[in-house]
Design a protein around this ligand. Structure first.
Ligand code: 13P
Length: 255
């Protein structure tokens, strides 16, 4: 499933956290939040169970995986294809998270192939981009994000590139309690929109999320920026009540 218009999305990236018990308790505490799409990214092994538990809440809670392999099938031990994610009930997939770039040494080109695989399987990819602290300090933040976006733009047909969801996650803000400032986010989101529009040669209503130490305290500062459509939340989204509270902040924000 793909969308072209920007919309409010609050996503929970559980990373390598959780258990069957936690998933059950979490889903029981989720509440619909008007005009906000909640997307859960549990570890892929829990995706099938999550789909069962979500049940009737499916219209307002979607599911996704934190990564996919770029190939459709084959001898790739330990990997999960985009078609398998869809088969398990996933509608979204994160590709290019900085933890994959760092620990699994994923290149821009490989990440782009994963985005292609996601669209091929009917999933909505959420491509993460963002600079390290060293890159920001060196004045390279926009150069890095541009390079990361260009690899995806090169690999995708423009209709898919227009529908891509981008999450700006500055690496130095992830799990550090030190989120980016509103000015930094505003500037980078405007840059991302502009880079995409110039690659596409047209205006696009694409969805751009922010991620990096989003909490109840930091969220309003981002959600009230016109350029932020929602967030990809890590630590604070491991607690269903906190996740719903942040979603409420998104609902009432002017973005
Ligand atoms: P934190 O919210 O824990 O900083 O994690 C952000 C993130 O990496 C979401 O993908």
């Amino acid at each position: 499933m793909t969308e072209s218009a920007s919309r409010k999305i609050l996503a929970a990236n559980w990373k390598m956290h959780g258990s069957k018990a936690m998933l059950g308790a979490y889903v029981a505490r989720l509440k619909p939040v008007e005009a906000v799409e909640l997307v859960l990214f549990p570890p892929v092994g829990y995706l099938g169970l999550a789909a069962e538990l979500i049940g009737k809440m499916a219209p307002f809670v979607a599911l996704g995986a934190q990564d996919t392999h770029e190939r459709e099938t084959g001898a790739f031990t330990g990997e999960t294809s985009a078609a398998m994610i869809a088969d398990l009930g996933g509608r979204y997939v994160i590709v290019g998270h900085s933890e994959r770039r760092r620990y699994a040494h994923e290149s821009d080109e490989r990440i782009a192939e994963k985005a292609v695989a996601a669209f091929r399987a009917g999933l909505q990819p959420v491509v993460c981009v963002g600079e390290t602290l060293e890159e920001r300090t060196a004045g390279m933040a926009q150069t890095v994000v541009k390079r990361q976006l260009e690899a995806v733009a090169k690999a995708l047909p423009s209709a898919d590139y227009a529908r891509l969801i981008v999450a700006y996650e500055p690496v130095w803000a992830i799990g550090t309690g030190r989120s980016a400032t509103s000015a930094q986010v505003e500037e980078m989101h405007a840059f991302i929109r502009q880079a995409r529009e110039s690659a596409l040669g047209s205006r696009t209503l694409s969805t751009v999320l922010y991620g990096g130490s989003v909490s109840e305290n930091s969220a309003p500062g981002f959600f009230n920026l016109g350029s932020v459509d929602g967030a990809l939340v890590g630590g604070a989204a491991l607690d269903a009540e906190r996740f719903v509270r942040i979603a409420e902040l998104l609902r009432t924000a002017k973005c």
